[in-house]
Design a protein around this ligand. Structure first.
Ligand SMILES: [Zn+2]
Length: 409
């Protein structure tokens, strides 16, 4: 059986960066990895291997091998093939090293140095084999560590018939990093009862709560006059926009919140005296608190319209995605089996709320409850991204054990 490390090193060298913009997939180069995965799945003997030639999704199955009288749900495992547009993914040169503590000079000339001072999490990895970059690109452990682990698991299951499991449904998706990962996901073809995305961070990570999210656009209509004769006539849309912003709680912003604390984020503002447009994103794990944030936008606009006597402020608020917890809660055994499997393998679970969304959140609302599992990657979307080799191996074992945990006699 091929080591998960070798798979990982092979996959990260393939540039699969997605981009903001039109198209699905947003970049054709994601097919390079998709086609490789298809040929590898076929070579290892996976069933129903299929490439969506139009939208770049890879699907496959590992048929169940249950003993007579035993049952198990069909379990989905999902990872995304693309890497973040934040940092280049071209010509990734992964380096494997034994981390003995201290700084790691990634570029070799002191330009890019991975320091425990900047990333204290590094201290947890002393004595481990790590994969790092040369500082010129990201690594792509997000999410090629997940891809490699699922592929290694598939090969393991196909060569170890004694490892008992039900039907396993595999999918590799494009464009997760730009919010398009499930746009063309064929849930019916996929055929799982529930799933796990393998797209988290350090070993032990388990996530089944994410933000509820909305976007809000505020348009301020001003009135331009000559500045010399502006008294009681000019209405400056830019200063009115600043007044709107000043009525939001200053401590409820991304830079001042963590954990379960939600926020208002002014993402962009552009305008002049006649017209100013602001776009916000609103986030909260608690649905009722998000509703309160949305309501506050309407209330502020109403107050200011009253103050300035007219339709000066116009707000449009739209929900973007929801917290998957509402979908997972009625099926908590999906989470419990992971916790049990981690316990059996001596992995300390780290259950944290995601301060963002995941493909799993969208899939959950499409009818496929889908918590997120760890990959062993760290500091994603960065030149300083790294992955732990022993943890990637452990996660392959964890996936196999989770499948076993779902078998009922
Ligand atoms: Zn990811």
């Amino acid at each position: 059986m091929e080591d998960v490390l070798d798979r990982f090193l092979r996959y990260v060298k393939i540039d699969t960066q997605s981009r903001e913009g039109e198209g699905s997939p947003t970049t054709a180069k994601q097919f390079d990895l998709a086609r490789l995965l298809v040929s590898e799945l076929e070579a290892m003997g996976a069933a129903q291997v299929r490439l969506d030639e139009e939208h770049c999704y890879v699907y496959a199955r590992i048929p169940g091998n249950l003993a007579p009288g035993r049952t198990a749900p069909a379990i989905g495992l999902i990872a995304h093939m693309d890497t973040s547009p934040a940092v280049s993914g071209e010509n990734v040169k992964p380096r494997v090293l034994l981390y003995e503590g201290g700084d790691i000079d990634l570029s070799g000339d002191g330009t890019y140095v991975l320091r425990p001072g900047d990333f204290p999490i590094l201290n947890n990895y002393v004595g481990q084999e790590l994969v790092v970059t040369d500082g010129s690109t990201l690594l792509g452990a997000d999410d090629k560590a997940g891809v490699a682990e699922i592929m290694a698991l598939a090969e393991y299951l196909l060569t170890h018939p004694e490892a008992e499991h039900g039907e396993v449904c595999l999918a590799f998706t494009p464009d997760e990093e730009v919010g398009g990962g499930v746009r063309h996901f064929d849930l019916e073809h996929f055929g799982a009862d529930f799933g796990y995305t393998v797209d988290g961070g350090p070993l032990g990570g388990l996530e089944y709560e994410n933000f509820n999210a909305a976007s809000a656009a505020v348009t301020v209509t001003g009135r331009s006059t000559h500045t010399g004769s502006a008294k009681n006539a000019m209405r400056n849309a830019v200063t009115l926009a600043m007044e709107f912003q000043s009525l939001l709680p200053p401590e409820e912003t991304p830079e001042h919140t963590e954990g379960y604390e939600g926020f208002y984020h002014l993402d962009s503002i552009r305008g002049d005296v006649e017209k100013c447009e602001m776009s916000y994103i609103l986030r909260d794990h608690d649905r009722s608190k998000l509703e309160a944030k949305k309501a506050r936008f309407g209330a502020i606009a109403a107050y200011l319209n009253e103050k300035y006597g007219g339709e000066v402020f116009n707000t449009r608020v739209k929900d973007t995605y929801y917290n998957m917890k509402e979908v997972i809660l009625p099926h908590m055994e999906i989470v419990d089996k992971v916790l049990e499997a981690m316990g059996d393998l001596g992995i300390t679970p780290m259950v944290t709320p995601i301060r963002g969304g995941t493909d799993g959140a969208m899939l959950s609302y499409m009818g496929l409850p889908c918590p997120n599992l760890c990959t062993g990657g760290c500091v994603c979307h960065s030149r300083y991204e790294f992955a732990s080799v022993p943890h990637m191996r452990k996660i392959v074992e964890l996936l196999a054990h989770i499948l076993e945990k779902h078998v009922k006699s």
